[in-house]
Design a protein around this ligand. Structure first.
Ligand code: UDP
Ligand code: MG
Length: 334
């Protein structure tokens, strides 16, 4: 008893001395089944940290009782602040709102479905205290369906192969970032299409990966629909690589050179009238090869147009400069 009181006093004392603060940024979209559990597990883990902390919950336009629950939390606990967005803007914009409003010296980003366990956070924070400015999580095991696992793993490998910057394999948004890095993301990277894990890699600084086992979603439905997931993947690919644009050049050259050789061959064939596979030029009208070639090239050209379209639609979004999230209300008890 006495020992635990002394420990508690030491803990409070070191916190007062350190004056550092940690912000835990969590986007929330219809997570009523997880919120209470999330809060309890965080509140239990927090006393083992040396610093003071705030929990920044972003309500991304929830339609269930999440917001009501968060209001109660903010009312009861001054550590909790709630940023209510004006509608559902999506995971990445919600995180962007959270890191913009976070006040901490270190900012943690994690999911609200307890796939990123709060009990692991101390390991990440230790690395930050050692002086690393970005401590990102690398998933060792994924407890997700076969298809999703394959999709994720191939996405990260394609990204690594073609992206202009080095985005660590199998690392999501779960991370600790130093204030310095967050300032770069918030103030110096005004892009509308936010691909946080790419932007974090782009920012640089001293980065390190820490492995962890990604848990299953504790409760409730997945909030990332397949469409949103594909959108995220495309944002990553097109936002951090211009390889797809160059692809048309490569393909063009690869198709043009053999075509030229074949063309010259047939020209000579016609001019000199020698036999190919036992046929004279008059016997080889070559309709089939023409059709195949035409459809093939048509397909290639449409694909390339589509790729250019992807970039143009992104340029369009960027030049409009609309806010990528709108804050309706900040709920906190001072
Ligand atoms: N989320 C959000 N807005 C959305 C979709 C998801 O804020 O439009 C939140 C969600 O509440 C959760 C996190 O983002 O805290 C990750 O979502 P989810 O678990 O559905 O995605 P996954 O684990 O499949 O990546
Ligand atoms: Mg999840």
């Amino acid at each position: 008893m006495l020992v635990s009181i002394i420990l508690l006093i030491i803990n409070i004392y070191t916190r007062l001395l350190s004056k550092h603060m940690i912000s835990i940024v969590i986007p929330i979209y219809n997570e009523e089944e997880n919120l209470q559990n999330l809060y309890t597990r965080l509140a239990n883990a927090a006393p083992s940290w040396k610093e003071d902390y705030e929990i920044v919950l972003i309500d991304d336009g929830s339609r269930d009782s999440s917001l009501t629950m968060m209001r109660v939390m903010a009312e009861k606990d001054t550590h909790v602040r709630v940023i209510k967005l004006s509608r559902n803007f999506g995971h990445q914009p919600a995180i962007s709102a959270g890191i913009q409003e976070a006040k901490g010296d270190a900012i943690i980003i994690m999911d609200g479905d307890l796939q990123d366990p709060p009990e692991e956070l101390y390991r990440f924070l230790d690395k930050w205290r050692e002086g690393y400015e970005v401590v990102y999580a690398i998933r060792t095991k994924r407890k997700e369906g076969f298809f999703k696992k394959i999709a994720y793993s191939s996405f990260y490998r394609i990204m690594a192969a073609i992206s202009d910057i080095e985005i660590p394999l199998d690392s999501g948004d779960f991370c600790v970032m130093d204030r310095k890095v967050v300032n770069v993301l918030v103030h110096d990277m005004p892009e509308q299409i936010r691909f946080i894990r790419g932007m974090r890699a782009y920012a640089g600084f001293k980065q390190i990966g820490v492995t962890y086992e990604r848990a299953e979603r504790a409760a409730g439905e997945v909030k990332y629909t397949l469409k949103k997931l594909i959108q995220l993947a495309l944002d990553g690919l097109f936002g951090f690589s211009s390889f797809p644009l160059r692809l048309s050049t490569y393909l063009g050259i690869t198709i043009a050179i053999p075509s030229l050789i074949v063309g010259v061959f047939f020209l000579i064939h016609r001019l000199f009238g020698f036999k190919v596979f036992g046929h004279t030029p008059e016997e080889t009208p070559g309709l089939a090869s023409l059709a195949v070639g035409m459809f093939f090239l048509g397909g290639v050209m449409l694909t390339m147009l589509g790729i250019i379209g992807e970039y143009i639609s992104r340029i369009y979004i960027e030049v409009k400069k609309r806010p990528f999230f709108v804050i309706d209300e900040i709920i906190e008890k001072k």
